[in-house]
Ligand binder design. Sequence first.
Ligand code: PMP
Length: 447
Amino acid sequence: MTSASTSHVFHRLANSVPPLAVGASGIEIVDSTGKRYLDASGGAAVSCIGHGEPRVVEAIRQQAAALDYAHNVSFTSEAAEELAAFLCRATPLALEKVQFVGSGSEAVEAALKLARQFHIERGDAGRHVVISRLQSYHGNTLGALARGGNVARSRPYAPMMVESPRIEPCFEYHHRRPDESPLAYGQRAADALEEEILRIGSDKVAAFIAETVVGATSGAVPPAPGYFQRIREICDRYGILLILDEVMCGASRTGPFLACETEGIQPDIVTLAKGLGGGYQSIAAVMCTRQVHQAFAEGSGRFVHGHTFMAHPVACAAALAVQKVIQQDGLALNVARQGETLHHLLEARLGHHPHVGDIRGRGLLQAIEMVADRSSKQPFPSARGLAAAVDSECRARGLMVYPGTGTVDGVAGDHILLAPPYNVSREALHQIVDRLGDAVETVLGRT
Ligand code: PMP
C-alpha cells in the first residue's frame, strides 16, 4: 500500500494519499481494495457520459495512431476543425470561432486576454479592467483566480494578483428580499454592474465575466429571470464584452448545449471545459462571435497568446467522440428528464430537514445547501467543516459528491453538488439520494 511517506506524487493533501483508483465503468469507480463508488458528481462535474465508453476509447486510439501531435501554430488537424464546426452547430447562438486549450483555467485566461486585445485591435487600448462577481470560481491560474470569489483559494496569492473589481452575485436564496419578485431582484442584482462600471469609468472596462449557472463556490445557483438580459443591455450600453464561463455548466450539463441559451441572450465569449471532453482527455474551449474574431482579422491579425498543447489532436478527437455520443444517444433530453427526477428525489428525502435550507439547480447540476437555521438562512461557520464531513460520510457509503463551503463566512453555507452523467438511470438516482440522505442525517441528525 502506498503511504504519504512512500508516494512520490505531491498530493493536494500533503499528509495523506487518496484511495488508489484502478478502474471505472459507467457511473462507477473501483479502488484497489475492490470498493465501488457511485460517481454522482463526475469529479468536479466532468464525467458527462460515464466512464469507459468504447466509442470514445476507440476514437482516441485511432487518432493517436494517425496523428498524435502537431504543433498548433504550424498545423491544424481534422479533429480540431471537425470539433470546432460541431460546437458551433451545437448552439443556436451566433458563436462562430473556437480556440482549444487544455483546462478550464486556461480557457478563462484566454478569454480575458481575448477581451483585452479585442479593444486594443479596435483602437480602444484604455480598456483593461474585467469586472467579475463574488461567489464565483473561474480557475486557479493567477488571472482567473483574481477574478474569482473563492477567498480560501486566493488568499495566499493575493499579493501576486492584480486587483480586480467584483460585484454581488445573483443569488436569490440569500439576496432576494421577501417582498421582491424574482424579476425585480434580477434587475436589481444586474444594476450593480452598471454602478461598478460608472465607478471605474466605462472607458477602462474591457469585459464582465460570470458563470451562467454558478457551480463550485455556491452550488448550482441559476440566475434570476431577466438578470442576464439586463446584464447584456448594460454591457452593450458601455461597449463591454460579456464573457460567460460555462466551464462547468456548459456542454449540455443543464440541458441545452450552452446554459445561456435558456437566458435568451447572446454572449460575446463563452468558455467550456468539463463536459466537453467528459474526462477522457483534458480539453477546454473558448467560443467567440464573428465580430470578436473580425477585430483580430482586420487588426493585427494575431492573438498574442498560446500554449504548446492547444488544439491537441487526440484531445479534440476524444471531445468530438464524447459530443457525438451525447447527440447520437439523445442524452440532452435525458438531462432535462433526470434533472427533474433528481430534484424531486432530493426534495422528498431532504426537503424537510431542519438544516437543509435550499435545494436548487438546473438539469443535472443540482445542489443542497445546509444552513444552521432555515428561517434566517444563517450558514454554519465554515470552520465547522460541514460539507467535508458530509462528503466523508458519503465516501464511507461508496458515493462520490462534490462538496463546497461558502467562500465568505455568512454569505453562503456549505453545499453538496451533484452532477451525475447525462445517461444516469432512475435507479442510480435513487441510490445516490438514499446514500446522500443517510450521510446528511448522520452528520446533522434526522428530521
Ligand atoms: N471555471 C469554472 C466555472 C469552473 O467550475 C472551473 C473548475 N471548477 C474552472 C473555471 C477552472 O477549470 P480547471 O480546473 O479545469 O482549470
